[in-house]
Design a protein around this ligand. Structure first.
Ligand code: ATP
Ligand code: MG
Length: 229
């Protein structure tokens, strides 16, 4: 089925569990985004924030309830179809051992100028040039990049592919303020028309979200605009 025209994500009484004998990490979660909405997710460590995104990608078992994308139950879509329509920038992303170009454009779909333009939108042009350009080989999962830079590389990949739904699991590691601000600026301009779900560890990250979802011990305790929280 054709999905992600609107980019509406909905959870209906969802329980997520990592293994059968474990307690669910997310319990009875229900919420629905609007098209192009910017959602922030906050909550203490272990409250289930990352699990929500893993659920959306079906990387953790949906033991009860339904997750839909544009009214299509994601359990009824093949994994490659699902994962080709959503984009995720993980908390501690890792780059492939390959060239920078392969990292940004694994299927070879884009021209160099498009790739450079995406890099410039995330303010990484200079860094990549100084590291030998697009043909330079990324070593050891990107170990010569900081966590923030790896997130920016993933963000550049997302800019290129322009997904209707983008999820970002903000790094917990210390990311400098400039990188943080760059991510926010890029989100606002390049992903205007996308639904963006951002897991935030810093309060300024969610201040201009449309709505903020607050998690506590696996349950949603608030879902409202930042002004109302
Ligand atoms: P943080 O702010 O530290 O990133 P979080 O809110 O993202 O925390 P989750 O990673 O979603 O929290 O974890 C929610 C619960 O699920 C925790 O109790 C955690 O121990 C458990 N959990 C997370 N990942 C796994 C896993 N791979 N296997 C088993 N349990 C897990
Ligand atoms: Mg997490």
């Amino acid at each position: 089925p054709l999905i992600c025209l609107q980019g509406v994500v909905s959870f209906d009484n969802v329980y997520l569990r990592y293994r059968e004998h474990l307690q669910p990490s997310v319990k009875g979660l229900s919420f629905e985004t609007r098209s192009s909405e910017k959602i922030g997710i906050i909550g203490r460590t272990g409250s289930g924030k990352s699990s929500i995104i893993l659920g959306l990608f079906r990387m953790v078992d949906i033991s009860k309830g339904e997750i839909c994308v544009d009214s299509v139950n994601i359990s009824k879509i093949s994994l490659p179809t699902l994962r080709s329509r959503l984009y995720c920038i993980p908390q501690d992303p890792f780059l492939f051992s390959g060239t920078m170009r392969e990292n940004l454009d694994p299927l070879g779909e884009f021209r160099d100028n498009e790739i450079w333009s995406a890099l410039s939108k995330v303010n990484l042009e200079g860094t990549i040039k100084s590291l030998g350009g697009l043909n330079n080989v990324v070593e050891g999962g990107g170990s010569n990049f900081s966590v923030g830079q790896r997130q920016l590389v993933c963000l550049a990949r997302a800019v290129l592919h322009n997904p209707k739904i983008l999820c970002i699991d903000e790094a917990t590691a210390n990311v400098d303020q400039d990188t943080d601000r760059q991510i926010q600026l890029t989100l606002r301009s390049a992903f205007r028309k996308s639904t963006v779900i951002t897991i935030a560890h810093r309060i300024q990250t969610i201040m201009d979200s449309d709505r903020v979802l607050v998690m506590q011990e696996g349950e949603m305790i608030e879902f409202d605009s930042p002004e109302n929280l």
